[in-house]
Design a binder for this molecule. Structure first.
Ligand code: AMP
Ligand code: MG
Ligand code: MG
Length: 324
């Protein structure tokens, strides 16, 4: 990083570096798919998979961040084994390729040791592996590569304070357009990388999971009386729909999401004026010591929506089903 940037607040420098690293992780993800050697491993169940892209992207993100910021705590979805492999593949961006990120005064004096970084190296693995199958079978089947994101969430004092979402396949269906985009934000500061658009007035569009549904997930969605439901992949992708005016609410009454799924999206959404909480409307904690699982679900609303109103509409039996 440039000498000038060394005088910038730690949070600004971490977000700035995370943007560059997330872009690089996106290249790794595209290269693994191009090569076609996915090395799929089943984690908790058959709907919870890990690929070589998840592993390689996490190795790159964690080794690159920890080289520059050795005192931050980094927690990655793919576990310690992948995290601790400082494999020599550190990505060190040139000063010209890093952006300037402004930091609000109340976060400007944060020290490295006060920061916890939650990394989801590839959010939307279900859609990534389905796209691989689709390509292998000559495009018979589901190809939703734009649902895949890289998530780097920065927390301090148990709160999400900054985040980066990189979408490696943005524009993949528009040949000739630039492939991929990256959005970043600092709470109390600004959002960069995409224009924030308000969702249409006079209707309610809800986004939810397409591959991890259940009766409580459906009951919660039905309870807010949506005019339209977008069942799409990825926590990062769904929050992007809120930011770009394509949905008003993200409703997920399930314990399936983890802290690395929500930290970066929450920070960026909050920076844009939206809200992300659990399904009951309570804040999600992000200290390094908390359980990884968001056991009380996720509810997120686009800027300008009445979050508390929708949280109150979630049926009591759904809330009772999601115990901390
Ligand atoms: P989805 O909206 O289904 O794409 O899920 C968003 C994120 O939460 C992804 O990282 C999923 O892997 C994770 N997730 C949600 N539900 C589950 C589940 N039942 N088991 C494992 N991971 C889940
Ligand atoms: Mg994820
Ligand atoms: Mg993941």
């Amino acid at each position: 990083m440039s000498l000038a940037s060394l005088s910038a607040p730690v949070l600004s420098r971490i977000v700035s570096l995370s943007v560059a690293i997330a872009n690089h992780a996106g290249k790794i993800i595209r290269d693994v798919l191009k090569k076609g050697e996915l090395g799929i491993v089943q984690k908790e169940n058959a709907r919870d998979l890990q690929t070589e892209a998840d592993r390689a992207a996490q190795r790159c993100i964690i080794s690159s961040l920890s080289q520059c910021f050795p005192k931050i705590t980094i927690i990655g979805e793919e576990g310690d084994e992948e995290s601790k492999q400082i494999s020599g593949k550190v990505y060190d961006p040139t000063p010209e390729s890093t952006i300037q990120v402004t930091c609000p005064p109340h976060l400007a004096s944060l020290g490295e040791e006060e920061i916890v970084v939650w990394v989801d190296p590839l959010d939307g693995t279900a859609e990534y592996t389905q796209a691989y199958e689709c390509r292998k079978s000559g495009h018979q089947g589901v190809c939703l590569l734009d649902h895949v994101t890289v998530l780097i969430g920065i927390a301090s004092g148990g709160k999400a304070v900054g985040g980066v979402i990189h979408q490696p396949y943005y524009n993949y269906q528009n040949p000739g357009s630039e492939l991929g985009r990256t959005i970043w934000g600092v709470v109390g500061g600004t959002v960069g990388g995409m224009p924030i658009v308000a969702p249409p007035e006079g209707k309610l569009i809800v986004t939810t999971t397409r591959s991890h549904s259940s009766s409580t997930v459906t009951d919660a969605v039905d309870a807010v009386c949506p005019d339209e439901v977008l069942r799409v992949g990825g926590a990062g992708h769904k929050v992007m729909l809120l930011l770009e005016g394509k949905a008003h609410l993200y409703v997920f009454a399930s314990p399936g999401c983890k802290k690395w799924d929500t930290c970066a999206p929450e920070a960026i959404l909050q920076a844009a004026g939206g809200i992300l909480t659990d399904i009951k409307g309570s804040p999600i904690p992000y200290q390094a010591s908390v359980p990884f699982r968001n056991s009380t679900g996720v509810l997120a609303s686009a800027p300008g929506q009445n979050h508390a109103f929708y949280s109150a509409k979630i049926p009591q039996h759904v809330k009772d089903n999601l115990k901390a």
